[in-house]
Each structure stands twice: as structure tokens, then as C-alpha cells.
Design a protein around this ligand. Structure first.
Ligand code: ZN
Length: 119
């Protein structure tokens, strides 16, 4: 018998279907597939939309803002260094965290058989 908690974590981290672990969860960067390509689990009811965006904006904004202030006080770089560094760090981090957030929420809904997923 497989360890379900490690399997669930692997499924979440690899952004795969919570039922079969094989089908890709995302169709592009942040759009969720309508159905799992491997087992045809209906993923439309588990799509969380922008639900994970608010905590990510708050936490990532605090971290990036803190790093920007720390960088300014310790190194005093010209303004264009800030303009080059922080968007380059923030955008990929936000996309990665949004993908993980959606993957976690869909897996949790599936695991706890949320009625919205039609299980
Ligand atoms: Zn599947």
C-alpha cells in the first residue's frame, strides 16, 4: 500500500491530477484543465480561481517589499537596479506560488470529497 500523504505531496508538487497522479493539472501557466487527460476527473468544479491570490499577494509582497527596503538601506543601488531585480523575482515567484496554491486546493478538495467536485 502506497503512503497516501507522500503521494499527495508528490501530486501537489508536480501539479498532477489528485485522483490518478498522471494527468497534468494545468493547461498553460495558470489555467486548469477541464478534465484530467488520464482519468477524466472533472476538474472544473475544483478550480479555485483566484482564491489563493490574496494570501500570496500579502505574503510575497511583504517578503519582496522587505527585501527591497533591506537592499536599499544596505547597498543603496540606483533606482534602475530595483526596477530590474524585483519584477524579475516577483513574477516567477508569484506564478510558482499560484500554481502550488491551486494544486493544493484542488488536492484538498478531492481528498476530503468536497461536494463542489461532484464526488
Ligand atoms: Zn486523473
Amino acid at each position: 500500500m502506497a503512503d497516501t500523504s507522500s503521494t499527495t505531496i508528490q501530486t501537489i508538487l508536480s501539479c498532477r491530477c489528485p485522483r490518478c497522479g498522471r494527468g497534468k493539472l494545468f493547461n498553460g501557466v495558470l489555467a486548469v484543465h477541464d478534465k484530467c487527460q488520464a482519468c477524466e476527473l472533472d476538474l472544473t468544479k475544483g478550480d479555485t480561481g483566484d482564491a489563493g491570490a490574496v494570501p500570496i499577494i500579502i505574503v510575497l509582497g511583504a517578503i519582496i517589499g522587505g527585501l527591497a527596503v533591506w537592499t536599499e538601506f544596505h547597498f543603496s543601488p540606483p533606482w534602475w537596479v530595483h526596477a530590474m531585480i524585483w519584477p524579475t523575482v516577483t513574477v516567477p515567484a508569484a506564478v510558482l506560488l499560484m500554481r502550488l496554491s491551486k494544486s493544493v486546493m484542488i488536492a484538498v478538495q478531492y481528498r476530503h470529497r468536497a461536494t463542489e467536485m461532484g464526488l
